[in-house]
Design a protein around this ligand. Structure first.
Ligand code: ADP
Ligand code: MG
Length: 457
């Protein structure tokens, strides 16, 4: 009987005797590493398990284990990272040393060459992220460590991370590794899979070699480490190891370290040691620029007129991945129709299923800005500016309020469209108008009229 099956039997026995809570808390994530010289080595996820299991469950575990494995054993609780310490000293030394003369297995960087800084279009919403990424690419391990990029899906995080990796590989001989957090989890799970000790250690070595023998670690979508407690601990060690050696770490996530509640506090804290950069949804201008650039990059034979570009940019939402989808669709549709030119009519026809008609335009922040500016006889530039005079800031607050209630735009996104305000300022303005409508009938009427003009009522 191998250790895995001993433990599976053991766990199912224990499960029957304990409450669900006690079982999941103290036993679910344990594993039997080996039984040797009448000692049972049990891997536990956290230090607290050692104490709790020793103090409360020693008798139960010894008894059950004896029933299954046929021997009374002393119980030794260990953490995953302590397994590494059990590797014979000279081997572990060899692994942790960074002697360049040693033959190092070629690391597959996993980098996608198509994602570069050259084809990343920069605008208001991503210029900070772009600048930070470029400085890290130029000074790996020196400027901002770790670099933590976060923002919604489809805004270019993965693109920027590959761009950094590609830049570093091109300009230095540093070893770069790009992985998603899922890949990291998979690799880590493998270190535990084999019950045969020899093989087990080889997996551990493989893991260490892959993740520690590098100069730059790029890990994408870190939020998926949530739920994988043991892997988080391993990532913690990997992080510390690289960080202490001044190796560059680049992390992305769909939310800020502060909001990454699924991760351990000590990890989240470390993520804030370097630079956190929020990447925002592109505004209309950037969306148009991206569409233009993609069209040029595709080397399309057909000209795409400006009104088509504008149509795509204002009707496809703010996810760049979807924007790309729309371009492909329009181009494919025109080929299918055998039409010589891509006209606005053709683009509208091609996208009619993906765009619920009219919503895009009505939802457009720019449309709201235009109508509110007209109503108050100020210019669109002013309403989009940082100017503070009350004849401008009041209409601006109304426009921000309308954007919030009439579109699905987030506070940060609205902030960007109104002179780069931060989300709390936008929230404050929206609240202010909301409260005022309740007591000011005239304002309530103005808002109703504007809503009609904008077209959702
Ligand atoms: P995320 O990782 O944030 O979900 P991706 O990096 O996968 O987003 O981006 C989605 C797609 O949009 C990719 O094909 C990427 O090349 C493209 N993209 C995103 N932002 C830009 C940009 N600023 N310029 C050019 N392409 C972009
Ligand atoms: Mg991504």
């Amino acid at each position: 009987m191998n250790y895995d099956s001993i433990w599976t039997t053991f766990l199912s026995d224990v499960k029957e005797e304990l409450s669900n809570l006690a079982y999941t808390t103290w036993f679910e994530e344990t594993k039997l590493l080996k039984i040797e010289n009448q000692k049972a080595y049990i891997i536990v996820p956290m230090a607290i398990h050692k104490k709790h299991l020793t103090e409360n469950y020693t008798d139960l575990i010894t008894e059950k284990l004896n029933n299954i494995a046929g021997a009374y054993c002393e119980l030794i609780f260990i953490l995953n990272e302590e397994i590494e310490e059990m590797v014979p000293k000279d081997e572990s030394h060899e692994l942790s040393s960074n002697n360049k003369n040693e033959p190092v297995e070629a690391v597959n960087s996993n980098l996608k060459s198509q994602y570069t800084f050259d084809n990343f279009v920069v605008g208001n919403s991503n210029k900070f992220a772009h600048a930070a990424a470029l400085s890290v690419a130029e000074n790996p391990g020196k400027m901002y460590n770790p670099l933590f990029l976060y923002g919604e899906s489809g805004l270019g995080k993965t693109h920027l991370m590959h761009a950094i990796g590609n830049y570093i590989t091109k300009t230095t001989d540093k070893r770069v590794l790009y992985v998603t957090s899922e890949q990291f989890i998979q690799d880590f799970i493998k270190t535990n899979r084999k019950d045969d000790l020899e093989t087990n250690f080889n997996y551990v070595e493989f893991f260490k070699n892959k993740y520690r023998n590098i100069d730059v670690l790029i890990i994408d979508d870190i939020q998926f480490l949530g739920g994988a407690t043991k892997t988080q601990q391993e990532f913690f060690h990997t992080f510390n190891n690289l960080y202490n050696d001044s190796k560059q770490i680049i992390i992305s996530s769909d939310r800020s370290p502060n909001d990454l509640k699924v991760l351990e506090d000590r990890l989240r804290t470390r993520f804030t040691w370097g630079l956190e950069v929020n990447i925002f949804p592109p505004d209309f201008e950037l969306r148009s620029a991206i569409v233009r650039k993609k069209i040029i990059a595709e080397k399309l034979e057909k000209e795409i007129p400006d009104d088509v570009i504008e149509y795509i940019a204002s009707n496809t939402g703010t996810n760049v991945r979807q924007l790309e989808g729309s371009i492909t669709r329009v181009v494919a549709y025109s080929s299918m129709m055998g039409s010589a030119k891509i006209t606005l009519d053709l683009a509208m026809e091609a996208l009619k299923d993906t765009i619920s008609k009219g919503i895009g335009e009505k939802n457009d922040v720019h449309r709201i800005q235009k109508i509110v500016s007209e109503y108050f006889s100020i210019s669109v530039e002013d309403i989009r500016s940082k100017k503070r005079s009350s004849n401008i800031s009041f209409p601006r607050q109304i426009a921000m309020y309308l954007c919030r209630v009439m579109t699905n735009e987030s506070f940060p996104r609205i902030g960007i469209e109104f002179g780069g305000k931060d989300h709390s300022t936008v929230m404050h303005s929206v609240e202010k108008i909301e409260n005022e409508i309740k007591v000011n009938k005239d304002l309530a009427n103005i808002i109703e009229k504007l809503k009609k003009d904008i077209g959702l009522v």
